[in-house]
Design a protein around this ligand. Structure first.
Ligand SMILES: *Cc1c(COP(=O)(O)O)cnc(C)c1O
Length: 395
């Protein structure tokens, strides 16, 4: 990964991250495209060959830069930037499914995606069957004649499960449905999902693509036909991205490969280190040999990602004290930024579930999710070591 594809002559990931989607250089022109605040654009009249330009349509120059960059990074023909990750997910589903139609989705999904599919879309006549994605037969078994979308997410939050894409892809193909994948935790640096047959590659760009915890955005990458259909939904439901956010996102994406390289390495080292820290009962990271999906992650991903989860002895009370004692890592929801953040699913994504339900999902109380940032490894270790000693040194 991160290398030129010699056969295709296509630029590598790092080169695409810097240059793709940017306007052609011209003498005297700015090296960095300015933020184009204009909501509308001069129209030369019938026959000028240009579509109408209007920023809700997603064809503002800053929006187009992000679209071009995500397409290059994912290796697809087209891309689209939207107002949020949820706009990307909901517009993608609505572009393919209408009343009476059906979705087959992994049961391991981001909370809001699950709520959209289980609580909201049924009101619009779109139903979903949730399947266990580690069971290859489950996808095919859940299909109906009206299945239009098959949806998978990986690695999952917060147990970092990595599932094979093949069974979901075969089910989607046999149903004539699109295969959509939320690849937020992986990023195109760690896997290019379109190469695995995913039709709609979706990211919450709020996370790693933006990378600095300073914007809300989403992206979709896929074929020109798919992106046109999603764009149509975006125009009608009004989910386009503000040009200022698009500019910030495009800037963040330029350093995505460099950041991911370091997120991958620091998280891997930290995960190994945590296995030897007193009071840490278990460490969950796809790069560790005891992770249930270690082999498949090793085969599919070119990096194990920047997220590490740990389970502390002493349950929720110990985890509360541990998080409160951190000085460098900060308790906050969200992930994928330059700064290290910690959160407990029992207070955030899984707050509505009971303790037993969470435990059945592999999220016992004492579970702490860590979004490993770009700080020095030694400083992070020192912070986590001190907090662990404060909680566990006195038994
Ligand atoms: C954050 C997140 C989303 C939602 O993205 P927003 O940008 O907050 O709308 C969707 N999927 C995953 C995996 C996420 O982490």
């Amino acid at each position: 990964m991160n290398s030129r594809s010699a056969a295709s002559g296509r630029p590598g990931t790092a080169t695409s991250a810097v240059h793709a989607g940017c306007p052609e250089p011209r003498p005297g022109g700015p090296v960095v495209q300015p933020i184009v605040r204009s909501s509308t654009f001069h129209w030369a009249g019938p026959g000028d060959g240009l579509d109408l330009r209007y920023s809700r349509y997603g064809n503002n120059p800053n929006q187009l830069s992000v679209a071009g960059k995500i397409a290059a990074l994912e290796g697809t023909e087209a891309g689209l930037a939207l107002a949020s990750g949820m706009a990307a997910i909901s517009m993608t589903i609505l572009s393919s499914a209408g009343p009476g139609d059906h979705v087959v989705a992994s049961r391991h999904l981001y909370g809001a995606t699950h709520a959209l599919l289980s609580g909201e879309l049924p009101k619009r006549g779109i139903t979903t069957t949730f399947v266990e994605p580690s069971d290859p037969a489950a996808w095919e078994a859940a299909l109906t004649p009206r299945t239009r979308v098959v949806l998978i997410e990986l690695p999952t939050n917060p147990t970092l499960r990595v599932f094979a894409i093949g069974p979901a892809r075969r089910a989607a193909r046999s149903a004539g449905a699109i295969l959509a994948a939320d690849m937020t935790f992986a990023t195109p640096v760690n896997i290019r999902a379109a190469e695995h047959g995913v039709d709609a590659v979706i990211h919450s760009a709020t996370k790693y693509l933006g990378g600095h915890s300073d914007l809300i955005a989403g992206v979709v990458a896929g074929s020109p036909e798919l992106i046109a259909a999603v764009t149509k939904m975006m125009k009608l439901y009004g989910g386009s991205i503000d040009p200022g956010a698009a500019w910030l996102l495009e800037r963040g994406m330029r350093t995505l490969p460099a950041r991911m390289d370091r997120h991958n390495r620091t998280a891997h080292a930290l995960a190994h280190w945590f296995t030897r820290v007193g009071g840490v009962r278990s460490v969950i990271y796809p790069g560790l040999a005891d992770h249930p999906d270690h082999e498949i992650a090793t085969r599919m991903l070119s990096g194990y990602g920047g997220m590490v989860s740990i389970v502390l002895d002493g349950g929720g009370e110990a985890a509360d004290r541990f998080c409160a004692d951190l000085r460098l890592a900060a308790p906050a929801p969200s992930l994928g930024g330059v700064e290290t953040l910690v959160s407990q699913p029992r207070h955030t994504s899984h707050v509505d579930l009971g303790r037993e339900e969470r435990e059945a999902l592999g999220i016992p109380d004492g579970f702490v999710r860590i979004s490993v940032g770009l700080e020095d490894l030694e400083d992070l270790k020192a912070d986590f070591r001190r907090a662990a000693e404060a909680v566990f040194a006195h038994g």
